[in-house]
Write a new protein. Sequence first.
Length: 268
Amino acid sequence: MSYQPFQPVLTSDALYHAGIQLHWQRPSGALATRVYAWLQLEVTQACDYQVVPDACISLFFSPHKVMVAGTQRQLRRFTFPYAGQYFGIAFYPGAIKDFFRVDLTEAKDCLLGDDFLPAAQLRDLHHQLYEVTEFEQRVQACERWAISHLTLSDHSGKALFEHAVGLMSSRRDRGTPAQLGVAKLADQLGYSRRHLNRVFQRFSGLDCKGVSQILRRQAVLQQLYLGHAPDAQFALDHGFCDQAHLINDFKQACRTSPKQFMQQLTTG
């Protein structure tokens, strides 16, 4: 997967302000293209944790429960109700279907309990994670579990999905002005828009346009974090007709302006 998600709340400044300690590690081998990262957040007191849309699907574990975060189109606020260690698995877009047979359209814009996924698989992993205490031990348990549950999905559909996501995200990385619309993307890939939308819904829960909007906002967030001002030229470079359009689009997903959002990461 060429696309690399970005979570501003996981940057060092934001973590320091929130009083959260992060441990994270990229997976190895066959898992490297399916799992973005193993994560562990250590909190010293009850707090909130904001996740921006990144087209990934994640599992979150606490000692007492498991949550599934489907593909989100708006900022999602998680609450850590008590001090402790919270473990997470962030799957690349579409990759959770290599481990579970699920209908991802049921998970879009949702936080779901462990009943969304096969209970036996999750119960086994949950037990292994909290049978040990060190982050490295939990990563090893996750990698063993993931390899043992790795299945072959519909590779023709998944390959098309990943290629399309790669095309959209690479245009963002290069700062290509115009947004790659669904019609142009379908023509470039040699498929109908209807077929492309079906593939996207199968592997993300959203249609092609929905994922494209997430990737565009991801590119905006990365550039804002690097210190670029969201002025008129910035808006044009990211496929918006003007600065107002960019700000309004950002508010729809993150509930505040780009400038205010970045300030809140370090000032609360």
